[in-house]
Design a protein. Structure first.
Length: 216
């Protein structure tokens, strides 16, 4: 951990990110008390009024769990028809996230903490590009912008596994298409930015051993 002050673990839902991140942080904390775990998922605070308005207007006849394809198509078509609104949505989300990460990640690093984080900027970029119906180039621009303001991970571990396996592990995933479109973009980013890739079909014990091997 001497050269890894910020480790980011990413992957689609059901990949085992949280289990690996918490287990790794717990073991490493026993060696170095400065090592801590942080959950860096985005929570909508500033964006809540806009999301609520969308839920009761353009998205009111959709249900992402009952018919994900209809929900997804409606969301993407709305973004395409109203690009200014989509840009406002994206801008508020990014400001909201930056403020959250300042307290979760930036300040702790300033005071000498070492962090193992579950989800982060790459996840935000992928989700935002899909929500606003943009291509992977948009996600790359979001990543570039956010890393001008927020700490860049010294190591990114991408847990990759087939969508069918991930879907079988959790009962709160909307649809396999939700996983497929995200996994495709994660794989692209992994190749572009040189993420360390671990096989998500391995057991949690094997994943933990693999992650520890990278750090030693």
């Amino acid at each position: 951990m001497k050269k890894y002050k910020l480790i980011n673990i990413i992957g689609i839902d059901g990949a085992g990110k949280t289990t690996l991140a918490t287990s790794l942080a717990k073991e490493m904390h026993s060696v170095d008390p400065k090592i801590e775990y942080r959950y860096c998922q985005y929570f909508a605070y500033l964006l809540s009024p806009l999301k609520l308005a969308a839920k009761w207007s353009v998205m009111r006849k959709t249900d992402e769990f009952k018919d994900y394809n209809q929900y997804n198509d409606t969301k993407k078509s709305t973004s395409s028809k109203h690009p200014i609104l989509a840009q406002i949505y994206a801008s508020i989300l990014l400001v909201d996230y930056i403020l959250q990460i300042l307290f979760k990640v930036t300040v702790p690093l300033w005071v000498g903490r070492k962090l193992i984080i579950d989800r982060y900027i790459y996840d935000i970029a992928v989700n935002l590009s899909l929500t606003t119906n943009k291509n992977i180039g948009y996600a790359e621009n979001v990543i570039k912008f956010l890393f001008r303001l927020l700490p860049k991970p010294s190591l990114v571990i991408f847990i990759d596994l087939p969508e069918e396996v991930a879907l079988s592990r959790k009962d709160d995933i909307q649809d396999i298409e939700y996983l497929k479109e995200r996994r495709q973009r994660y794989i692209f980013l992994a190749e572009k930015y040189g993420f360390v890739v671990l096989d998500g079909e391995r057991t949690q014990e094997e994943l933990l051993a693999g992650a520890k091997k990278i750090l030693l």
